[in-house]
Structure formats: C-alpha cells, structure tokens
Design a protein around this ligand. Structure first.
Ligand code: ZN
Length: 276
C-alpha cells in the first residue's frame, strides 16, 4: 500500500509534468463506481487546464483553472500513469484523460484494481475538509514536539499503533513505521506511556529520516510490484530496508523476529529493540 514517500513521488512528478496541460478528451469506464455520473464528470473536466498539484497527507489534489480539483487517493492499489499517446492501447484504465499543451500530447490514466482509492472531481472546499483532518507529519517543519508528546504520553497502546494512527501521526504506514522503530531501537509492542520524551524525540527523528530516505529513493516497491511511479518505474527504497522483510540484523547479526500486530506483519530485532 502506498505510504507517504510513494504518494509524494507521484504528486511531485505530476506537478512537474502536467501543470499547464489542458484536458482535451476524457473517458470513464462504465464499471468505475467512484464516479457515479460519468457524463457530469466529463463535462466538468473538459477544456480545463491543470494549474497546480499539491499533497495533503496521502491525498493528491490537482488544481483546475476554474478553482475546482481532481482528488486522487491511491489507497491500496490505485495507480496513476502519464503516457505518450501511442502507449495507451490495451492499458487497463478507470479514468483516461487526454492532455495537450501546444504540440505536446500526453495521456493521464487512473486505474485501481480493488477500487478503495479514488479519482473524482471536487469543489474547492476539499482543501479545508482535508486540512486539519490528519495528525503531525514527521517531515513537517517546526513540529511542536512537547505538545505532541503531551497529547500521546498517557496512551497505553503499543507505540507502533500510535505511529499508524493517521489522526495522530501522518504518513507512516506499516513499512516506514517498522523501519523507524528499528532505527530508534524501540520494540513495536512498547506501550506509548513507557516512552520518555527524549526517546519519543528520537523516534520522530527516525521517522523523518526513513520518510525522507523513501522520498529520495522514489518509494518502495515490494515483491508484489504493485507500486510504480507515473512512468511505470519501481521505487528503490526496498534495497535500503534495515528490518522490513529482512532476516538478520545489520547492527548485531541477530535473527530478525516477526509477529502480527493489528493484522500487520511486524519485523524487529529482539536484541536491538528493547521492550520498554
Ligand atoms: Zn540487532
């Protein structure tokens, strides 16, 4: 499932490559349930020019020149491709947008096998709806660490569950939370209330580090190969995992332990990651 680095990669590539392009032709697959009125969607987007792309948590907002937006969420299996016109034939697509900027022609395709994600047309109030809905992003500047710690420090639940709760901390999914806990030397089951302020700061800094590294490597593509960027290329962060899907600890050589926590596969080093 795409986490912050993967969504960030898609959003920043879209910003770089589609701003200034105008939608010349649009099509929505009959079976695409997230757009109920297909003709209305087509009427709304035809002739509109993309003016900006921004990311709010794992949402991608593509601004149109009439003030409205395309709201994209990849959820589990959503994929966005930017293709040359001759690459389109035979591609699976739920939404297809033919774009042009002067003599430059591209095709933007959205496909989502499990349809938990979305690509929809939406009014400007989407920005207010999404802003404030999510917790602190570890890569944000000027985080009030004291305030965040005060909010969390009495929680009895496992610290990993805190990291995965998007209303508290945003951007970490299973992979990056697992990696951040390893870097900070904290066992995933440690109750949040047992973590000192200094240790918490260390954890947030580890979370920032793994997310930034993930962005630098254009995301993680797991063996299922479900994540690709808008050009169909894999990310390479999986080559830099310290603990996720690993067998031996890179620091101490111990065998990496595996368990299920909240239905998610969790990896940790029994020696380096102390249960506090
Ligand atoms: Zn170790």
């Amino acid at each position: 499932m795409p986490e912050l680095p993967e969504v960030h990669t898609v959003a920043s590539d879209l910003k770089k490559h589609i701003v200034g392009f105008t939608i010349k032709k649009a099509a929505v697959a009959e079976k695409y349930i997230k757009i109920t009125d297909k003709q209305q969607f087509i009427n709304n987007v035809m002739g509109r020019t993309f003016t900006d792309v921004q990311r709010i948590a794992k949402n991608i907002l593509v601004a149109l020149d009439d003030g409205n937006y395309l709201h994209i969420h990849l959820a589990m299996t959503g994929q966005v491709y930017l293709l040359e016109p001759d690459q389109v034939e035979g591609r699976k697509a739920h939404v297809t947008l033919h774009l042009a900027r002067d003599d430059d022609h591209k095709v933007l395709i959205f496909h989502d096998t499990r349809m938990f994600g979305r690509l929809v047309h939406t009014a400007p109030n989407i920005i207010d709806q999404l802003t404030g809905k999510y917790g602190t992003e570890p890569i944000a500047r000027n985080i009030d660490m004291q305030a965040l710690y005060q909010k969390l420090k009495n929680r009895k639940i496992a610290v990993k569950s805190i990291l995965l709760d998007q209303h508290l901390i945003t951007g970490l999914g299973n992979i990056y939370a697992t990696e951040a806990l390893y870097l900070a030397g904290i066992h995933p089951l440690t109750p949040m209330k047992n973590i000192s302020y200094d240790k918490f700061v260390e954890l947030m800094s580890a979370a920032k580090k793994v997310l930034e590294q993930g962005i630098k490597h254009r995301g993680s593509t797991l063996p299922d190969k479900s994540y690709v960027d808008i050009f169909g290329e894999f990310g390479t962060q999986q080559e830099h995992f310290n603990v996720y899907l690993q067998r031996k600890c890179r620091k101490c050589g111990s065998e990496i332990s595996y368990m299920q926590l909240g239905g998610r596969g969790t990896y940790f080093c029994p020696t380096c990651q102390a249960l506090l």
